[in-house]
Design a protein around this ligand. Structure first.
Ligand code: GLN
Length: 278
């Protein structure tokens, strides 16, 4: 028998050897999950003997983390903009950078919103939760993602104002929206070899890359979104930090009147905002 603290230290060493970037933090979060305690309380249980069923559960979680399954998939949730979203291997793990897109969306009024490639639904559900009078549609090509987004909408209390559609971008979308936004797959196929194993091996490829140059989604959105926007409507798309010029160029070439680049908290280009074409 060992204590929870000893089990945690051994697990952290194992994760470190497996190349996990923050092994102590992950061991702590996974022990908390295995023991069903709040992560802040792990220190309190550390001197206690670890119960066999908790030890077994913890061992299983650590084995999966050692092959680089993301923590959010192991614990089944991820905090985004102050709310807990249910996550699985079928959806992109919400990233803190995407909160920049949410902030920009909330900086101006809107009643209707369309989220293209909604995934977990973190963007759409957050916006509807923050704007209790707004309604929105989220689309995804993946049926599993649609189920996940619907579950999150219901779980976070906006199910009655969110419509989730399985659709290839605008294919099945009807109507006009004050705000159209997307965090599309923007990695180029050539970048996929260099991404962390958590992404490459455990997150859905279709949420990460278009299998081409990483810009396909922007071409579709820039050429089609005007048909789905209200008169004062705007488009906000998340981009990779080196894609600012390319994506602004795509929108300008498609005739959008105002095209601006916004930066994330690290000062990196992160969102392109486009206003109605003339
Ligand atoms: N931001 C992701 C990453 O590189 C990419 C997700 C995306 O393509 N939208 O970690």
């Amino acid at each position: 028998m060992s204590t929870a603290g000893e089990a945690m230290a051994a697990a952290a060493a194992r994760l470190r050897a497996a190349g996990v970037p923050d092994p102590a933090r992950d061991a702590r979060l996974l022990l908390a999950h295995a023991a069903s305690v709040d992560a802040a309380r792990v220190t309190l249980i550390a001197p206690e003997e670890i119960a066999p069923e908790i030890a077994e559960r913890f061992e299983h979680l650590i084995a999966l983390r050692a092959v680089r399954v993301p923590v959010s998939q192991l614990v089944g949730s991820r905090a985004f903009y102050g709310r807990d979203f249910k996550i699985s291997r079928h959806v992109l793990d919400p990233r803190p950078e995407t909160e920049t897109l949410v902030e920009l969306a909330l900086s101006q009024p809107f009643n209707t919103v369309l989220d293209l490639g909604t995934g977990s639904g973190c963007i759409l559900v957050t916006l509807l939760a923050e704007r209790p009078d707004a309604r929105g549609t989220g689309v995804d090509l993946s049926e599993d993602a649609c189920l996940q987004a619907s579950a999150n909408a219901v779980h976070l209390g906006v199910g009655g104002r969110a419509e989730i559609l399985q659709s290839d971008w605008f294919e099945r979308v009807e109507g006009r929206f004050d705000l159209i936004l997307s965090n599309p797959p923007y990695l180029a196929q050539s970048e996929m070899a260099d991404v962390a194993p958590e992404l490459r091996d455990h997150e859905p490829h279709m949420a990460l890359t278009d299998g081409f140059d990483g810009l396909s989604a922007y071409r579709i959105i820039a050429s089609e979104a005007q048909g789905y926007l209200t008169a004062q409507g705007r488009v906000l798309v998340e981009i990779g930090w080196q894609q600012g010029e390319a994506v602004c160029g795509i929108f300008r070439a498609a005739g959008w009147a105002s095209v601006e680049l916004a930066h994330d908290l690290d000062g990196r280009a992160r969102v392109v905002c486009a206003g109605q074409p003339a």
